[in-house]
Write a protein of this length. Sequence first.
Length: 160
Amino acid sequence: MLKVMLVCVGKLKERYLADACAEYCKRLGAFCRLEVVQVEEERCPEKPSLAQIQAVLQAEGRRILSKTPPGAHLVSLCIEGKQMDSEGLSRHLQEAAVSGKSCICLVIGGSFGLSDEVKRASALRLSMSPMTFPHQLARVMLLEQLYRSFQIQSGGKYHK
């Protein structure tokens, strides 16, 4: 069974978001071995300088990459990434699995995004939308899209 990892910066703070994530994690259990890994969010002053933001991104990036299994198919969520519809994401994930990748690792950065090092290591930079969402909500949205992707692959009725 395919292993799917979701590596996220920070913890879910809102109960309703945690409940939604738990529901999709439960549903995904029928399709993959899902592991959600949270890495610590780097502390930063309220009005950080560009250098301080870069330091935050680098520290979080090191934590993210330390949790990424060697040889995993890395997908990073970032605003400048490629936008796909649900069918396109489903095809991309299926192609990665068929090409011999036993682990697909999806990454959601912190409030400042992702380090260049994480982006360079990625097989795909994915943008959910040109709109900006809180990174905690992005976790729910990504889990839903993963579930939808597996439903598409299996011919399920969830995706209409």
